[in-house]
Write a protein that binds this ligand. Structure first.
Ligand SMILES: *[C@@H]1O[C@H](CO)[C@@H](O)[C@H](O)[C@H]1NC(C)=O
Ligand SMILES: *[C@@H]1O[C@H](CO)[C@@H](O)[C@H](O)[C@H]1NC(C)=O
Ligand SMILES: *[C@@H]1O[C@H](CO)[C@@H](O)[C@H](O)[C@H]1NC(C)=O
Ligand SMILES: *[C@@H]1O[C@H](CO)[C@@H](O)[C@H](O)[C@H]1NC(C)=O
Ligand SMILES: *[C@@H]1O[C@H](CO)[C@@H](O)[C@H](O)[C@H]1NC(C)=O
Length: 233
């Protein structure tokens, strides 16, 4: 498919972008020319065959939603994504991004949702990410991160935390009990050191709690009975 500025302008003007570019078998690279659309805030290219990386020209856009999940993007996550400070929702899931998560993502002060599942990311999570004031959803599953599982304890607005099979080592950090607003917590396949069942009983909004293959020992505390909305344990 030939991507160019006129093609994009045309469909943006006449059609609903939210529906038109998802799952369309689009191939080739992401077009730098998106950056010439001064008003674009929503770009969803979910489930195509796009390769290469996110063009550096996009750093100057005012995108609020960027979804490029299920494509063939590769290389490191570009540092300049941190320049798109308007971003609220960012999903890079199911691509072939590799290397470390850039600390520059810590500049995304409006970010509510960050999904990095199913890539080949390594290293640790940069400390800068633990200061994103609005972050509510973070998903890091199926990667090759190293080191101890971070506690994310300063992300007090977190509602969904998903870290399954992402390479981290245990134990489940005790700081996780500070995340009072969690509604969904999924951690699995931690290597190494174990822990007691974490203190979560006061997370009364919890609906889905999964702690599989985390080398947990001891008793299950009865205070989880306070999770009156719990659907899945
Ligand atoms: C993207 O895929 C096309 C084939 O669809 C290939 O010719 C091109 O080299 C690939 N580009 C990158 C940057 O991987
Ligand atoms: C990102 O922002 C930095 C600092 O403002 C700037 O130096 C850099 O050129 C920007 N990157 C891109 C690709 O626009
Ligand atoms: C993931 O990255 C590692 C190096 O960091 C490399 O050895 C491995 O082949 C990569 N895996 C895939 C599926 O690309
Ligand atoms: C948690 O949720 C409550 C109710 O939705 C909200 O008022 C509060 O700001 C949230 N954040 C923290 C840190 O408690
Ligand atoms: C589980 O944790 C204990 C104690 O921290 C440790 O001795 C043991 O090796 C761990 N088991 C595995 C399979 O890693």
């Amino acid at each position: 498919m030939l991507f160019n500025y006129y093609f994009f302008s045309y469909i943006l003007f006449f059609l609903n972008l939210q529906r038109i570019l998802k799952g369309q078998d689009l191939s080739g690279v992401l077009p730098a020319s998106v950056a010439k659309l001064p008003y674009i805030i929503f770009l969803d290219l979910w489930a195509n065959y796009l390769n290469g990386t996110i063009p550096k020209e996009w750093a100057s856009t005012k995108l609020e939603v960027l979804s490029v999940g299920i494509n063939r993007l590769s290389g490191p996550i570009p540092e300049y994504l941190g320049n798109i400070t308007s971003l609220i929702y960012l999903t890079l899931e199911n691509n072939m991004f590799s290397g470390e998560v850039p600390a520059s993502l810590g500049k995304l002060a409006n970010l509510v949702t960050l999904v990095l599942n199913t890539n080949n990311l390594t290293g640790s999570i940069p400390a800068e990410l633990s200061h994103l004031p609005k972050l509510k959803h973070i998903r890091l599953s199926s990667n090759n991160f190293v080191g101890k599982l971070p506690s994310f304890s300063s992300l007090t607005n977190l509602q969904i935390l998903e870290i399954q099979g992402s390479g981290f080592e245990g134990p489940i950090p005790s700081g996780i009990s500070l995340l009072k607003n969690l509604t969904e917590l999924r951690i699995s396949d931690l290597n190494g050191e174990g822990s007691d069942f974490p203190q979560l009983g006061h997370m009364t909004e919890m609906t889905r709690l999964m702690l599989r293959s985390c080398n947990i020992s001891g008793k299950i505390p009865t205070d989880i009975l306070q999770m009156s909305h719990l659907q899945i344990l």
